[in-house]
Design a protein around this ligand. Structure first.
Ligand code: SF4
Ligand code: SF4
Length: 422
């Protein structure tokens, strides 16, 4: 091939007859890889590139590594795994990319490939923490119940990340059906979530109350994890089974919509594919604020006079592009003022279990986010995703800042509760 090119021109691309060096199973789609033209417009938006200045820690560099394997130049090896595992999957690169490269699904598939090339401790940690625990809701419940005993045994840096849960709160279940006081507009199913329901159940309770206040009957089907974290760590077959189960439970409830208050879960569910009913389920998923704005909602007549910083979860901002819905609703609460955080579009470093597996970068991003939140001077910050809330809380504590971390739906619910007109 290179012999036919003019002098001085070097051929870049697959050699004739070259074969992909992927392992059997899922792999990044060559059509997706080909979409990247290497322009580099995503680089300034990538938190790991900004931290390191290293091309292999950038979206373009990671896609180049996928391309090298796809064109048979490189094997999937430990270095490939390291490059892929260094990504936050924040998907800020997708927002910036003029070629519309679907980076998230490529990275999930690349991590599937990387599974056998990780170090043994890394494989064990992912098998136990992701494949085993998230696939079995009872394991999470037992682990949460044991936290008071286990917490001192955890690595010091992880202890402040995990909230303190009272056993009686853990054992309390969400009502299977919650009716609105007045006329019923329709029925929605709530994705209660795995981490969200065990560590942030008050957020699910607030979500149900807000939906009821706006005329919606809320059902909470028996359900497991949506599969988001499992997919992002490359266990695509296990994630698919989890997605299929959740999807079937939601469809069996008869609800017209699935409402979710954890940004990472709604982002993943909107991209369900590859099983019966996947498309139908994906099309019915809504972030709770997106749902309120889409269907129409009634603002509380009054609210506490309060100012809070607003944190954009990456999976609302970059994956779903619906960050404006929560901002609009919050801005309509009487007396409530939102304050922007500097570099708000930049990941806080939580990124699922990134803060467990990649502590150096996660901590650097956490410190930066906490400093920017503190610089707003607000007494509270709102974060609509459990991982972000934990990460920002830990960062603020580490810097000695006494700033309350809440989820936006809790603020709206509190405003309704203080509103005697309804
Ligand atoms: S991912 Fe998109 S923005 Fe980044 S280098 Fe490739 S084409 Fe350019
Ligand atoms: S997902 Fe985030 S961390 Fe990963 S390459 Fe894209 S911008 Fe960088």
């Amino acid at each position: 091939m290179s012999g036919s090119l003019p002098d001085g021109v070097r051929f870049i691309g697959p050699e004739e007859g070259s074969l992909p060096a992927w392992q059997p199973g899922h792999a990044p789609d060559p059509t997706d890889i080909a979409l990247c033209v290497g322009c580099g417009l995503c680089l300034p938006h990538c938190p790991t590139f900004r931290l390191t200045g290293d091309e292999t820690a950038s979206p373009r560099g990671r896609i180049a590594a996928m391309r090298a394997v796809n064109e048979g130049f490189r094997e999937v090896d430990a270095r490939f795994a390291e490059v892929m595992d260094g990504c936050l999957v924040c998907r800020a690169c997708e927002t910036a990319c003029p070629s519309l490269v679907p980076y998230g699904r490529m990275l999930d598939a690349a991590r599937y490939q990387a599974r056998g090339s990780r170090t043994l401790p890394s494989r064990i940690a992912r098998t136990v923490g992701v494949d085993f625990a998230l696939g079995r809701p009872w394991v999470l419940t037992v682990a949460t119940a044991l936290l008071p005993v286990v917490r001192p045994l955890l690595p010091r840096r992880l202890r402040p990340l995990i909230p303190r849960i009272r056993l009686r709160d853990l054992l309390r279940r969400l009502p299977r059906v919650s009716e609105p006081d007045g006329p019923v507009r329709g029925t929605v199913a709530l994705l209660s979530g795995c981490i969200q329901d065990r560590w942030f159940r008050s957020v699910n309770v607030a979500t149900i109350r807000v939906l009821n206040r706006n005329g919606w009957r809320v059902v909470v089907p028996r359900q497991g994890c949506c599969g988001a974290l499992t997919a992002h760590y490359g266990s695509l077959d296990a994630a698919q089974l989890m997605a299929d189960d959740v999807s079937a439970a939601m469809r069996a409830s008869g609800a017209a919509w699935i409402v979710v208050s954890a940004a990472g879960c709604s982002a993943h569910m909107k991209e369900y594919t590859g099983f019966d009913g996947a498309q139908e389920t994906a099309a019915s998923v809504r972030d709770v604020f997106e749902f309120l704005v889409e269907q129409g909602w009634t603002a509380p007549a009054r609210g506490a006079t309060e100012t809070a910083a607003y944190h954009d979860p990456c999976h609302l901002l970059h994956s779903q592009r619906v960050a404006g819905a929560a901002r609009g609703v919050m801005a309509a609460i009487p007396g409530f003022t939102l304050v922007e955080v500097k570099d708000g579009a930049k990941c806080c470093g939580s990124a699922g279990l990134y803060n467990v597996f990649e502590p150096a970068h996660a901590d650097a991003l956490m410190r930066e986010k906490a400093a920017n939140v503190a610089a707003t001077g607000c007494g509270a910050v709102l974060a609509g995703n459990p991982g972000c809330a934990m990460q920002i809380q830990a960062g603020l504590r580490a810097m000695g800042a006494s700033i309350d971390v809440r989820q936006p739906i809790e603020v709206l619910e509190a405003a309704y509760a203080a509103d005697p007109a309804r």
